[in-house]
Design a protein around this ligand. Sequence first.
Ligand code: GDP
Ligand code: MG
Length: 408
Amino acid sequence: SEQLPMKPTVHPGTREREGSQDPQDYHIKRQKSDPKASLTFPVTASRYDAPFPFYRRPAEIGRFSLDAQRCYHGDARQLRYYAPPPMEGPTPGFDLRDGYPDRYVKRDEDVREGLDHLLKWVAQNQKELQTDDKGRPLNADFVTWRGHLTKVLTTPYETRDGWLLAVSLFRGTLYISEVETEAAREEREHRSELLKELAYMGYKFEQYMCADTPDGTPDPSGVVNTNEAFCTVIRTRLGTHSLLFSGEVDCTDPRSPWPDPPSCYVELKTSKVMHSLAHRKNFYRQKMIKWWAQSFLPGVSRIVAGYRGPDGSVVGLETFETMKIFQLIKEDPGCWKPAVCMNFCAAFLAFVKKVVTEDNPKLVHLFAWEPGHPISYTVHRDSDYIFLPDWYVEAMSTEKPPTPRIPD
Ligand code: GDP
Ligand code: MG
């Protein structure tokens, strides 16, 4: 079956629908008082508290890798294999601070890559993606990074970090690329030593848990290089929106009970060890939403947490099944709801479709959100916000013969 074992398809926000005949008009508010103000879009969680929307089982349609020099390869050379310690004992004895900072090669975060690596994959695999009734070179309504969709999903519950998403419509497909906010750049440029070391510890945990071959053992003596990445390319559908996105995958489990990708992939996380129920409840409310959204979107079925002690050692491991997380959180009435996240995302994508209608790779609509406010947008022509590179526009504009239709 195509559908996940979840609740049936619904149209979010049906109750608020007033007068509009267009099913994509839900929630959209036109500010009448100020004629220069554009449409805004509300993010209040309660508005999206409807049954879970249709979400097609995510299918992996491709893979690519970024090597130690951050160079693209259209293959799975950077894929690593899940290799947990033999006993899922209380203390695997990992020292997450080992190798910091001497065996650490950090990706240059000043380089803004935008969608480039994903676009390279699309351009190189275009022939297989063409089969479209709408005459588009790409059979998808939206192309983006998984991480950008994660931010959209968690927006109704986010109280700290805003976001900026640039959108261009090009040959019938909407491309979404994040723009770093001023606050995020500020945070990045003044990041404390403590936070830098915590970031390293997350990558070090991956090194302790992953091998280079299906039957290999981890090598913690090596260098941690965050240029290296393995990315899966996923096709799926949310409500009326067909999606093509890519996300970085930590490892695959060669012994997974679900042998096929993306289900066999494992997401590795670290978190502070918890000593009270209050602490765990807070963890479910604040952190689990991000873990769930990130893995649910591409259909990654397991998340393995390494719990950090105060000295940087791993004091325990815990495996979460992505599809069972909603059962853990539903006990708590004050907790986030997966259906709200997904309904909100579907409604936001409908809003984007309604706003961005001029097909032009040099036109950018910048959608902006800050906690406590609705989403707003600004329009930019031939600006610094352009993110679809010329090489991509050219590659996708070269007339390819349409797939011949065999008549009956
Ligand atoms: P995530 O879900 O936030 O980890 O992001 P994705 O899996 O969608 O990653 C998309 C691309 O962005 C991949 O090439 C990643 O290597 C890269 N990436 C992931 N996290 C970061 C980050 O914090 N900063 C930058 N500049 N790139 C990142
Ligand atoms: Mg991870």
